[in-house]
Design a protein around this ligand. Structure first.
Ligand code: MSP
Length: 518
């Protein structure tokens, strides 16, 4: 049976050039989306760009270009980057698109009618880098500095529309209690609950005097606050008669910098909206998964620090280990959990050599060459099984479940580990069963059994690695099975004897370690 599954990434500010952070979250979403599709789920994978930030209008003005033209130009860079990383998103939302603008105005109309959105005056603090309102009490705790950029908060006084967040504290606490998995990992959930208990304040959701953004219905002088505009993308994109059944999202993937917006403000808006006629279908998303940050040389990345992992640096890495090598490294070794991870070329080389070249690549190469050499390049039928074969099969049978359970927890590192463990088992099986030795002894039936098990293990590992390394895993299937890694091939035994195997060049050629001074 096919389950539907809606996965989103944050929508990214287009005033920046894409960098490792944007690529990472989108890649994690891609790996999960591919895994789910591979298991027959009807996946809807959404990413996009957040275009109405005041910064965009400012840089457009400074460059003498209209804001939308400026947005178009930067947006193209994001789309091209994601395409270059093999990202398989099903839609790409830009908040400047009419389909989004129209819906945001409808949502606000409903919330104006209910009184959840009301007119008021703001006279507290703002974090311009995060585009975030900071109430006095919290600002004082933060010593009037942004917790993300460290830059001073600015005082802001303005007339605008507010959202009645204070009315939703009980609903939110109940949500966190009833659905312990709503925010993951658990440490992030506890952070959020702690902050809700400090108190929830109403905050502005519009600004006066901006000419770039969505205007508030009934008050065209006011522009919708960029964060509210942005959060609604998750709903607006599927708010059509054809797509409404896709809601709610299964997982909003985000990083720790934007947890508050997704764990508190977003559900509060949805709870409010859901109480309005016509919006009864607007359930809460199933979970908000929060990863941590890539850092570089042990420090937070910063353009001024010169340690920024930009597209150029990623491109140099891609030239070194190939697209799949880079995808694998980022997905496997990234900050998926609550710790930040250090990015370095040495780590990429280490992971590539140890896991892709020496383990997986080696297994595929070995299996194909042994079949070429001892079975005329055709997968032989297996004969009676002995204990070595039974052991390998037991491991192979456990693999799908181990991978799936790691993916359920979004533990991509564990999923990859489970597959690589199996590859190690298969390589060891080749050593122990030594088909070259059996061939010398003339035990052809044993050779056939071992070769079948070896090729099928390599193929099965490739199948499970496909979400991480789609091109190479597909190539492995072409070589070992003569076809693409389709749905039905996720278990041991899918490979029919009689299949012609091709030996190619190594899928992941070993990198020579860089020698000192060289
Ligand atoms: N536009 C808002 C999000 C609106 S979502 C409704 C925004 N955009 S952003 O361009 O700043 O992207 C923030 C996101 O980029 C993070 O949540 C994370 O997904 C990713 N990353 C940015 N820097 C990162 C790292 N150094 N490491 C890992 N991912 C990070 O906030």
């Amino acid at each position: 049976m096919s389950n539907r599954c809606y996965i989103s990434t944050p929508i990214y500010y287009i005033n920046d050039r894409p960098h490792i952070g944007h690529v990472y979250t989108t890649l994690v979403a891609d790996v999960i989306a591919r895994h789910r599709r591979q298991h027959g789920d009807a996946v809807f994978f959404l990413t996009g760009t957040d275009e109405h930030a005041p910064k965009v209008a400012e840089s457009a003005r400074a460059n003498g270009v209209a804001a939308l033209a400026w947005a178009d130009r930067h947006d193209a860079a994001f789309q091209a980057t994601f395409a270059a990383f093999g990202i398989s998103n099903d839609d790409f939302i830009r908040t400047s698109q009419p389909r989004h603008v129209l819906r945001v105005r409808e949502y606000l109309t409903a919330l104006l009618v209910s009184g959840d959105v009301y007119q008021g005056r703001y006279d507290e603090w703002y974090d311009p880098g995060q585009e975030e309102y900071v109430p006095e009490a919290r600002a004082a705790r933060l010593e009037y500095r942004s917790p993300i950029s460290g830059k001073p908060l600015v005082r802001r006084q303005e007339e605008n529309y507010f959202f009645r967040l204070s009315a939703y504290a009980d609903d939110l606490l109940r949500l966190f209690e009833e659905r312990p998995d709503f925010v993951q990992p658990a440490a992030r959930r506890n952070e959020v609950i702690g902050r809700i208990r400090e108190g929830l304040h109403d905050f502005p959701i519009s600004r006066a005097g901006l000419d770039w953004g969505i205007s508030v219905p009934g008050d065209e002088q006011q522009t919708v606050y960029v964060w509210i505009d942005a959060l609604f993308n998750y709903l607006s994109t599927v708010d059509t008669p054809e797509r409404r059944h896709l809601w709610p999202a299964d997982v909003h993937l985000i990083a720790k910098d934007i947890l508050w917006f997704h764990a508190v403000i977003w559900p509060a808006f949805l709870i409010a909206l859901r109480r309005r006629p016509g919006y009864e279908w607007v359930e809460l998303p199933r979970r908000v998964y929060t990863h941590s940050f890539w850092v570089s040389d042990g420090r937070k990345m910063g353009k001024s620090l010169g340690n920024f992992v930009d597209l150029e640096r990623l491109e140099r890495c891609r030239q070194l280990v190939g697209l799949d090598g880079l995808r694998y490294f980022l997905a496997k070794d990234g900050p998926i959990d609550i710790s930040d991870r250090d990015f370095s070329e040495a780590r990429i080389e280490g992971v590539y050599n140890a896991e892709l070249a020496n383990l997986f690549g080696n297994l595929v190469q070995r299996a194909a060459s042994l079949v070429a050499r001892y079975a005329d390049g055709v997968v032989p039928p297996p004969g009676p099984l002995d204990a070595d074969d039974e052991h390998l099969r037991a491991e192979a049978d456990r693999l799908p479940e181990r991978v799936a359970s790691a993916f359920d927890r979004l533990a991509l590192d564990r999923a990859a580990d489970a597959i690589l463990d199996f590859v190690t088992t298969a390589n060891r099986y080749a050593d122990t069963t030594a088909p070259w030795q059996r061939a010398k002894e003339g035990d052809h039936e044993r050779v056939r059994t071992v070769l079948y098990h070896l090729v099928e293990s390599a193929r099965l590992a490739a199948w499970h690695l496909w979400p991480f390394i789609p091109e190479t895993a597909s190539e492995a299937h072409r070589r070992l099975l003569g076809c693409a890694p389709t749905l039905a091939l996720g278990t041991f035994g899918a490979l029919p004897p009689g299949t012609r195997v091709t030996v190619g060049t190594p899928l992941f050629p070993r990198l020579r370690p860089v020698t000192a001074g060289g």
